[in-house]
Write a protein that binds this ligand. Structure first.
Ligand code: NAP
Length: 230
């Protein structure tokens, strides 16, 4: 398996699955573009990466200036090989009690922000006639679950978008890979928004019993190695 020299852009790289992926791919020789909002946390991840990194602060709730960010990365590393659309927020609130603004906020981050970055990168991937897009959906992108109506909707929406994109972009040698993790012990439940739009701030039992983000990243790299690498 060789990720040596590959440029991998990871969103949500400041913690959890994204952080673990960044550290492990960097160990395998990849150059990592680290994106999220928390710059201090990204710097901390960058310091622990074994290979070159480039920090691109990114708020997925505002899809502005993404083409500028794509150009910044290409100017810095000369190319982009793989985009890992991982950044996202979860939800812990009953549909009946959740204001529509909260539903929109979750969709904005998990769906619109996600696909906006892909759309900004697509012309570049089309031009180089090569590129891989990895999308972290969820088991909630396969079936709905208690307290996660908007989250599940956003993860289902990603499936519809990216399955279509996969068909459209095959001719341009751009591959699309959807991932559906189960429970991973990250800060996702603490950071999840409740029906008031505030952070849930609790480690849920299911999350606590989940596999580590390091093991998740390992499995992701192993299972996707033949599709992530050429
Ligand atoms: N943990 C699980 O059990 C599980 C299961 C299935 C799927 N997933 C998915 O895995 C992905 C990673 O989650 P995780 O479990 O690693 O949780 P996490 O530790 O909370 O990580 C979430 C990441 O997303 C970033 N993020 C959140 N809001 C953002 C925004 N508005 N703009 C840019 N970045 C934002 C966070 O960075 P900043 O706060 O610094 O912006 C953080 O790096 C998510 O898409 C999640 O839905 C997780």
């Amino acid at each position: 398996m060789s990720f040596n020299g590959k440029v991998v852009w990871i969103t949500g790289a400041s913690s959890g699955i994204g952080e673990a992926l960044a550290l492990q791919l960097s160990e395998l020789g990849a150059k990592i573009v680290l994106s999220a909002r928390n710059i201090e946390a990204l710097e901390n991840v960058a310091q622990r990466c074994k290979n070159e990194t480039f920090i691109v602060p990114l708020d997925l709730s505002t899809s502005a200036s993404l083409d500028v960010k794509v150009n910044d990365v290409i100017s810095h590393f000369g190319k982009i090989d793989i985009l890992v659309n991982n950044g996202g927020i979860s939800q812990r609130g009953l549909a009946a009690e959740t204001a529509i603004e909260i539903d929109r906020k979750i969709m904005e981050v998990n769906y619109f922000g996600n696909i906006a970055l892909t759309k900004a990168l697509l012309p570049y991937f089309q031009k180089q006639q090569n590129g891989k897009i990895v999308v972290i959906s969820s088991l909630s992108g396969k079936f709905g679950f208690f307290l996660r109506s908007a989250y599940a909707a956003s993860k289902f929406a990603l499936v519809g978008f990216y399955e279509s994109l996969r068909l459209e972009e095959e001719k341009n040698n751009i591959s699309v890979h959807l991932v559906f993790p189960g429970f991973i012990k990250t800060n996702i439940s603490q950071n999840a928004v409740n029906s008031d739009g505030k952070a849930h701030e609790k480690l849920d039992e299911n999350q606590d019993k989940g596999i580590s983000p390091e093991l998740c990243a390992q499995k992701l790299i192993k299972r996707n190695s033949e599709i992530i690498e050429e």
